[in-house]
Design a protein around this ligand. Structure first.
Ligand code: SF4
Length: 678
């Protein structure tokens, strides 16, 4: 008799704010199929191509199944090792370089079964706090910088997609794309069916274009200029909500004076959007209530001025009294929380961190520390650092100088191939207990399969390293792997959920949150009001009023941007090459380039090209399309070598990166490039 079961779980790719429910059919310990979970209230059975392809992780012949070590960094030097040998080697080299020269860096892979609850990342940070080594927040590579700008203004909470679908009359997708949040799509459709008007503002015609009534293509890095011009019109024409502004904002008079210079003509020259369309957008925004803006989570903030767009856009709902109301404010955004959504973070053990010379949560400083020898041993978990860090050429140089690089992952990737001394095989999302949280629900991800080979979760590795490095026993005081999750979930917003309680309830629990952000009209600022003028920014030597600062001049003519598609997710699974479905759908890097730019360079669609600038070059194919404006080129992120083109400069001062509970030290990531046929 066979033992066939269906187990409820979640997709491992964690797009956030979209996280999709998944059912897996298992028979006699083998995975038979994955499918969308119709009972999942967030995704309602949806599972995109990437989620369907997760099936190919299990039983994949390229999967890492045993610890590997090598004495020299060449492909032929790898040999299998026992876990004890690998862990003893790691601990010995960590001790040799000293705790302050050890760095821990985790990527999106660590969140495969705990996005939103972050138990893996929390345990890694707890380890760093007990041991006293370097640890950096993954938010610096993703949504932290954009949220920094929004946070200075003070509107960090978001309304839910359900609220948007039910109440918004105007929806502005400002850099927010449905490839990143497909579960917002059905609510967008529902809103349009009610008669809501949808506008997309982006650097290219994205997947959201099909659901939009109007599309504004903007020059990269100029969002703040557009927002300032909208404020110019709103205030200049006297459309501001006087009562809301008087009661719930500070700095209006200074802002009003400041935006007098930001005319539509000024913004048109900067953004490339026609003056009359800017005026029409402002008038529609003030005359349609409620109006919701969905600000992009990550890609739109990649630029040396990346935080300024979020800072300026977040002023708009305050000026128009669109905050704290159904259908208004700011909508779903990567990394953002709903009102009331929280967890118990005590397991971080922040009070156990010994004094030390710590490198700040600033990508540029981390690269410098690798280069100047302050960090000499690096433990990487679920990340292909070379694929994700800006100015990857310098990062590679730094990794080359490290005395120990350890990679814990499912598959080999370029960082591991080129620089790892030890590779540790990871369990997948189905092979240990996890739990994810969306903005509205908790989802248990129970263990569905036994780990293959000698794969182990990061928690197990940390528990093995702890005694080898002399960490006290209370580093891991829990009797089972449910313990850390139970500790994190112990919060009123989850109804003090536990793994056992979730299991008994079928794995889904609604969070005790408000679908409307800031319903108490209290904001995330020292004044408790929306800060149109920010004293905090001034104290950090940043402009206290929202500003647009142009990207620097360059001898390269094309503004290069990167972002998400529906066919792959960052650099996951060796850039998608390890999963046959994704490898087939997206076989090689393709650069979106306008017809005018292609013609000027005599490039036909599909021809091999070289993209280059002062930092490096990338080989790709041209994708000549009318869906991008002249002067901008775009590519799906995560490709090997892509970030050799991007800038690793710091965007904000070191003193600013820890202003909020999340870290904001993203590098600039912008790049001006030239393209030629090869
Ligand atoms: S959108 Fe696709 S990749 Fe993202 S969580 Fe859903 S199924 Fe997974």
């Amino acid at each position: 008799m066979t033992n066939r079961r269906t187990i409820r779980t979640m997709c491992p790719m964690s797009c956030h704010p979209t996280l999709c429910g998944m059912l897996v059919d298992v028979e006699d310990g083998r995975l038979l199929s994955v499918s969308g979970d119709k009972d999942n209230p967030d995704s309602r059975g949806f599972l995109c191509m990437r989620g369907q392809a997760a099936h190919e992780i299990i039983g994949n012949p390229k999967r890492l199944l045993h610890p590997l070590v090598r004495e020299r960094r060449t492909e032929d030097a790898w040999r299998e090792a026992t876990w004890d040998e690998a862990l003893d080697l790691i601990a010995a080299r960590m001790r040799a370089v000293g705790r302050e020269a050890v760095g821990l860096w985790a990527g999106h892979g660590l969140f495969a079964n705990n996005y939103g609850t972050r138990v893996g990342a929390h345990l890694l940070r707890r380890f760093a706090n007990f041991y006293g080594c370097q640890w950096w927040s993954p938010t610096i590579i993703c949504w932290g910088l954009g949220a920094f700008g929004i946070g200075l203004t003070g509107a960090l909470e978001v309304n839910t997609k359900e609220d948007m679908g039910a109440h918004s009359q105007l929806i502005v997708l400002w850099g927010a794309n449905l490839a990143s949040q497909p579960n917002t799509g059905p609510h967008l459709v529902a809103a349009r069916r009610r008669g809501a008007y949808v506008i997309t503002i982006d650097v290219r015609e994205t997947e959201a274009a099909g659901q939009s009534d109007e599309i504004l293509q903007i020059r990269p890095g100029t969002d703040a200029a557009l927002a300032l011009a909208l404020m110019h019109i709103i205030i200049g024409e006297g459309h501001q909500d006087r009562e809301f502004v008087a009661r719930h904002t500070v700095g209006f008079d200074a802002l009003a004076e400041h935006v007098k210079a930001c005319s539509p003509a000024w913004a048109a020259a900067i953004t490339g959007i026609a003056e009359e369309r800017i005026v029409a957008l402002a008038r529609r925004y003030v005359s349609t209530r409620p109006a919701m803006i969905l600000i992009g989570g990550s890609s739109m903030h990649k630029g040396i001025n990346g935080w300024q767009g979020g800072r300026a856009i977040a002023c708009l709902p305050a000026l128009t009294g669109n905050l704290g109301i159904p259908g208004g404010g700011l909508g779903p955004r990567h990394g953002a929380r709903t009102h009331g959504q929280d967890l118990n973070n005590d397991i971080l053990a922040l009070d156990r961190r010994p004094p030390g010379r710590y490198v700040p949560d600033q990508m540029s400083r981390i690269t410098e520390a690798l280069l100047d020898g302050r960090v000499r041993a690096l433990l990487l978990a679920g990340t292909d650092m070379l694929s994700s860090f800006a100015e990857a050429g310098r990062v590679a140089e730094g990794l080359g100088r490290c005395e120990l690089v350890v990679s814990h992952d499912l598959f080999m990737h370029d960082t591991a191939r080129r620089f790892a001394d030890v590779v540790l095989p990871s369990t997948s999302w189905l092979e240990d207990v996890g739990c994810k949280s969306t903005n509205t629900h908790l989802y248990l991800m129970d263990k569905a399969l036994e780990p293959p080979g000698e794969t182990r979760p990061l928690t197990w590795i940390l528990r093995q390293l702890a005694p080898r490095l002399g960490l006290p026993a209370d580093f891991y005081p829990w009797a089972s792997d449910d313990g850390p999750l139970d500790a994190i979930l112990d919060h009123p917003s989850t109804g003090r959920a536990t793994v056992a309680a979730l299991r008994a309830e079928g794995g889904i629990r609604a969070l005790r949150i408000s679908h409307v952000a800031h319903p108490d009209v209290r904001f995330d600022t020292p004044s408790g009001k929306i800060e149109l003028y920010s004293e905090r920014a001034r104290a950090l030597a940043l402009p206290p009023l929202p500003v647009f600062e142009p990207l620097g001049a360059s001898r390269y003519p094309l503004a290069f941007r990167q972002g998400r598609t529906l066919t792959q997710f960052h650099g996951f699974y060796d850039h998608g090459r390890a999963l046959p479905t994704l490898a087939k759908a997206d076989p090689e890097p393709r650069l979106w380039i306008s017809q005018a730019d292609a013609k000027a360079r005599r490039l036909g669609d599909g021809v091999p090209i070289r993209i280059f600038n002062e930092r490096g070059e990338l080989r790709a194919r041209a994708l000549v399309t009318p869906r991008i404006r002249a002067g901008t080129v775009w590519m799906r992120d995560g490709w090997e070598g892509l970030n050799e083109l991007t800038s690793g400069r710091a965007c904000i001062p070191d003193e600013a990166v820890g202003l909020f509970p999340f870290a904001a030290g993203q590098a600039a990531f912008d790049a001006m490039v030239e393209v030629e046929a090869v």
